[in-house]
Write a protein that binds this ligand. Structure first.
Ligand SMILES: [Zn+2]
Length: 127
């Protein structure tokens, strides 16, 4: 089951961040502040995209998906690749995926979209 529910698009916030960057009210060092863990996740769990980084315009962006949800237990908050997300969507009732775009060149990072995955039934309903 691969249906994204309750999709939240952060495009507006992203454009606002970039606009403040271009206008000079936001420092590049404040926008391009990817945490070492995020850069590591991008390197090992990230999915390459065709989109070029809006800041340095050299590197292509990588998407990193983080999963959150009460059912996930210890897996909550970790990065997951698409294959894992598909497996988890069959396994769990509901969890939210946050997709962050990361530039491994200049460390630009921003939340792009979040959505809910899962088969929609809680554990108690299934037993
Ligand atoms: Zn960049």
């Amino acid at each position: 089951m691969w249906s994204q529910r309750s999709v939240v698009d952060y495009g507006l916030a992203r454009r606002a961040t970039l606009a403040s960057l271009w206008s000079g009210s936001l420092e590049v060092t404040d926008a391009c502040d990817a945490h070492p863990y995020l850069l590591r996740a991008a390197k090992y769990h990230g999915e390459p995209t065709d989109k070029r980084c809006p800041v340095c315009r050299r590197e292509r962006l990588t998407h990193v998906a983080y999963v959150f949800g009460d059912e996930l237990g210890r897996s909550a908050g970790r990065a997951a690749v698409t294959d894992e997300l598909m497996t988890m969507a069959r396994e769990y009732g509901e969890f939210r995926v946050y997709v962050v775009e990361v530039c491994q060149g200049c460390s630009w990072n921003h939340l792009t979209v979040s959505y809910v995955l899962g088969h929609g039934q809680s554990r108690s309903q299934r037993s």
